[in-house]
Structures are given as structure tokens and as C-alpha cells.
Design a binder for this molecule. Structure first.
Ligand SMILES: [Zn+2]
Ligand SMILES: [Zn+2]
Length: 285
């Protein structure tokens, strides 16, 4: 595949070895992929072995996969009011960053967390402080804060909340953003028409800076606009509709953003293939 094709791909499995993710991506003609570097539902973080790091880097070098994004574990709550939870999250976040750095992966996508019984301002500050501490042992990898659907006490569903976290970040060049279409739609941001798309991205640029956006999660939404419920649907078969994805796929500002599917997988690679083909078909010649 030509290196000039859009940075597009899907979340792939690392079952059987990290390096296998590259082959899975290659099989689907992905120029970008997202992975977990370890089980996303376990606190235990086994350090990566030298051979496994080497095999991964070699595999990527010999592939058309230009960008790899890691999604951080779902267990962490960097915004927690509970010091022991924040400490556990900090240790894990640091390990995740170190793994990315070893694998030469530029981006780690992170959910800001949940405020639980604390107030919003405290939670956003706690989140930033966990990130500030975690960044100290690495030098290159960037944390990408992902916008959330806003279920329960989860923080980071508004651009203002993400901005507030960012304002507390010390090493600002080490933090950027990942935009999830399903989460944004569910949290009440409309970007489905030419007009609303333009208004939304202007707002994003004003508050966060569009140049700080490095990844887009391409997911349609099963749940309604503003439902604050996070349920991903296949492209074009949810409530967002195809037009919004067409606008994103043809937006030259997002040329260097890794556009990653997190849509339902089913058996095999058929579902991914179908969603990727659909997105590719939206690109205007
Ligand atoms: Zn996510
Ligand atoms: Zn996402």
C-alpha cells in the first residue's frame, strides 16, 4: 500500500505476541493500528522482554503500518479522590509509558477517569497530577487524553474539562488528545452536518488546539445523541450516520491523525474489513 494513503486502521489483538499485531494490521491494509500492550483488565504488568520488543520493532519496520497507538488499561483512575487508587494508577501509567517508549510507539491513549465522590475541579487536578508524575521516567511518548461519553461520574466528556486537565500539565508537549466520535456524540456534541461539523472543530481548536489531536476513534453510536451512554456501532449503522465520517475522512487537517476503528468485531476480520472499506470509499478522489 502506498505510504500516502490515509492513516487509517483498527484496534488489533496482540494474542500470541506483540509483533503479531503488525501482521494483523497488514492483513487489513492498515496504515495505523491500536493495541493494548498487556491485558487491559488486569493490574499485573509484566515487563516486556527484549526479544518481544525487538520482534515488534522489526515487524513494524518491515510493514506499511506507519503509526501505532496504545490504548491504556481501563482499570486506571488517574482522577480518583482515593490516594491508593491514584498511586496504583500512576505505577501502571508509568509502566505503560515505558512500554511505549521501548516499542518506539509515539502515543498512549488514556481515559481521564472518574471523580467518584469528589468535586469536578479536584478530580481534573488529580488527573493532571497523576499524569505529571507518570511522565517523569520517559522522554518521547505522548499521552493522548480521550474525550468520554460522560456516563456516571466519568470526567473528560467536555472540551472544557479536557482543557482544564491540560492547563495543569507541566510538560505540555507530552500531552495531546484523541477524539472518539461515539463518545462525543453521546456526550452531546453535534458534528453530523457541514455546519455543526465546522462549529464543533472551531470550538475544539479554540479550547484544545487542533494540532494537539493525534488520533481519532472512528465509531458510530448505538445510543442517541446526548444519551451519555457509550455503545459503539459499525460505521454508518448507528445514530451518527455516514456524513460525519465522510467529513472526517476528507478533512486535510486530520491527514496525520491515526484514524482507528473500535467497532464491534464479531468472528474473524470481516467486520473490520467491511468498516475499513466503507471509510475508504468515502474519500473523495
Ligand atoms: Zn478509549
Ligand atoms: Zn475510543
Amino acid at each position: 500500500m502506498a505510504k500516502s494513503s490515509p492513516l487509517l486502521g483498527t484496534h488489533v489483538s496482540v494474542a500470541g505476541g506483540l509483533y503479531k499485531a503488525i501482521a494483523h494490521g497488514q492483513e487489513l491494509n492498515c496504515s495505523a493500528i491500536q493495541i493494548f500492550t498487556h491485558s487491559s483488565r488486569q493490574w499485573a504488568f509484566k515487563p516486556l522482554e527484549k526479544d518481544s520488543i525487538h520482534a515488534f520493532i522489526k515487524a513494524q519496520e518491515n510493514s506499511d503500518v506507519q503509526t501505532v497507538v496504545v490504548h491504556a488499561s481501563y482499570l486506571m483512575n488517574p482522577a480518583s479522590p482515593e490516594p491508593s487508587t491514584r498511586k496504583k494508577s500512576l505505577d501502571m501509567l508509568r509502566s505503560e509509558l515505558e512500554a511505549c517508549e521501548a516499542l518506539k510507539i509515539p502515543y498512549l491513549v488514556l481515559h481521564p477517569g472518574a471523580r467518584l465522590e469528589s468535586d469536578l475541579a479536584t478530580a481534573l487536578k488529580n488527573c493532571a497530577e497523576t499524569i505529571n508524575a507518570a511522565l517523569k521516567t520517559t522522554h518521547h511518548v505522548k499521552i493522548l487524553l480521550e474525550n468520554m461519553a460522560g456516563q456516571g461520574t466519568i470526567v473528560g466528556s467536555s472540551l472544557e474539562e479536557l482543557q482544564e486537565i491540560y492547563l495543569h500539565i507541566e510538560e505540555k508537549h507530552r500531552v495531546g488528545f484523541c477524539f472518539d466520535t461515539c463518545h462525543a456524540f453521546a456526550s452531546g456534541y453535534d458534528f453530523t452536518t457541514q455546519e455543526s461539523y465546522k462549529t464543533f472543530w472551531q470550538r475544539f481548536d479554540d479550547l484544545l488546539g487542533i494540532e494537539k489531536l493525534h488520533a481519532i476513534h472512528m465509531n458510530d453510536s448505538i445510543k442517541a445523541f446526548g444519551s451519555r451512554v457509550d455503545r459503539h456501532a459499525d460505521i454508518g449503522s448507528g445514530k451518527i450516520g455516514l456524513h460525519a465520517f465522510e467529513l472526517i475522512m476528507n478533512d486535510t487537517r486530520f491527514k496525520d491523525c491515526a484514524k482507528i476503528l473500535e467497532t464491534p468485531k464479531g468472528e474473524g476480520t470481516q467486520e473490520d474489513q467491511k468498516n475499513l472499506n466503507l471509510l475508504r470509499s468515502l474519500i473523495k478522489k
